[in-house]
Write a protein that binds this ligand. Sequence first.
Ligand code: ZN
Length: 141
Amino acid sequence: MKKKRKINNLTPPSKAMECSKCGRVVENVGYDAKSVVCSYCVFSAVGFPEETKPAYKPTGRPAGWHWMKEFVDKDGNVYHSGKEQPKLKGTLKPTKVKPPKKKVKRRTQNQILIDRHKKKKAALKKAVKKQQDFINHNVKK
Ligand SMILES: [Zn+2]
């Protein structure tokens, strides 16, 4: 009689930890890890993948502001070609941001992306479930 091998013995030790930034529980963290950052925070730091990328305008700066010869944000920070000029801070009036020609609400655009992502995910889930049902059905027969 063969003994069943315990899977627990084969997997490296891991634990669940809370993300040091947002508190989300992250599973499968190595036991020697002292802190962990969840994938959401990693994404928000390095940029979301194309599908989940939020509409880019969190700072209120116009698109391409860092290409502008001189740009002053609403807090008075001065940028020359995207480089901050701390000495000039507060000496210039904020650059007036022209509204984009297309009147698209940022939130709406973002929502479209999120919805598209959700739809894709749902479709995938459905497909997987269909396949599972199919397999289960066959097994039961
Ligand atoms: Zn996090």
